[in-house]
Ligand binder design. Sequence first.
Ligand code: NAD
Length: 497
Amino acid sequence: MKTVNHWIDGKSVEGTSGTYGPVTDPATGARTTRVAFASVEEVDAAVAAAKAAYGTWSTSSLAKRTAVLFAYRALLDAHREELARLITAEHGKVHADALGEVARGLEIVELACGIPEKLKGELSTEVSSRVDVAAIRQPLGVVAGITPFNFPAMVPMWMFPLAIACGNTFVLKPSEKDPSPAILLAELARRAGLPEGVLNVVNGDKVAVDRLLEHPDVAAVSFVGSTPIARYIHTTASANGKRVQALGGAKNHMLVLPDADLDAAADAAVSAAYGSAGERCMAVSAVVAVGGIGDELVAKIRERAEKIKIGPGDDPASEMGPLITRAHRDKVASYVHGAAAQGAEVVLDGTGFTVAGHEDGHWLGLSLLDKVSADADAYRDEIFGPVLCVLRADSYEEAVELINSSPWGNGTAIFTRDGGAARRFQLEVQAGMVGVNVPIPVPVGYHSFGGWKDSLFGDHHVYGNDGVHFYTRGKVITTRWPDPEDRGVDLGFPSHR
Ligand code: NAD
């Protein structure tokens, strides 16, 4: 059985805690790998390596840092296939989707290649006689990233490329469910010329996370995962004096107005609800049909959903793969089993689905629940699986009120031909990312990604300008080069002359 170890100080380091977690191939249910869980001492070793590397890395020139990042970009580009295969083997998503994940992560490496432009400071000359003021941004020190299972390459790439481009050193704690892509990302960074200790990976569970949250040498923590853990990370790391951005879970609504192109809306709903088996934080999990279009829209969604081909992620014919673990598969199925008792119409029930020859895989077919009420569990909870809830609303106002009363505010979308309604929606809706006829409005790398309410704890979104801001702190320098005529004691408060 393959063992995934840690990556500390530029090399693979075997785990010594004696504790390992299982990694399964979701398409077969077979345990293929074990992942070492770091002890407190192993986390301390990674932080110490990052701290030791910080002095040289943070003062190395922008030219040197970006040379490494450009080389890294080229290596990642050359290893897209290998990364995607690792993602599919441990996460289960289909190969084309895994390639898409790598491409979206690469966007942030490309942004990081242009870091000199982002780190240009500000200068005001002659703010007073012979006085200039400069504003610069400097790195924080050692920063930690803790990431979820559903994007084992992209979410780490949301964090460390920008963090290290800004001059920080980094300790990543990837998901224990699919840890291999993160190790390959670190190996490639080393091959690109990243000095030892600048990027470290510790694998593990709560023991490793808690040590990072309390370690006195960790200056900041970036987290992406479920809402309860995001809240915990934010509270604990803040209490320990660290800067924190903690992105949580979601329930993303797609509002469909009566004037929308219903075929386009149905295409979008099926793609966004069932892609990656619904295991995306930006998946559409609730469609709100406004006016009398509900029956027609549900029929169109059903017609498309029934044609989706489910199978192993490495089969090019598969459009949707299995779920991450058996336990998660069973939990998702329980929402479908309980839906009718809570008043929903079960239009499609995917819970009996399996793939011949792969019966132990974590399979679920597509489920479609109609006329779901706002107090049903299937609507109130983040299911994180291939289950789409359709709710009905009589008016635009009722639909927006429903969306705005959700505790989450990650992404949302409106489908309409009415520009005025779309404009009103983008201003009124309480979510961090809004799509207009775009079902999954994940911002490109040079804008920032983040939700509102229980979808993000902290002030900063990730990547884009917010990411640069998160990984740096400001300093303002006021300079006077004295002239003989400036001499003389003056006990007054400094004022402008
Ligand atoms: P998770 O919260 O279970 O785990 C995320 C990370 O936290 C992992 O590295 C895990 O090891 C660690 N962790 C888990 N329990 C912990 C504990 N008790 N104490 C300390 N650390 C702990 O999330 P997941 O199941 O891996 O990922 C799915 C979730 O992530 C979904 O809720 C999804 O919406 C969310 N997500 C959000 C975004 C976003 O951008 N907002 C993006 C991707 C995923």
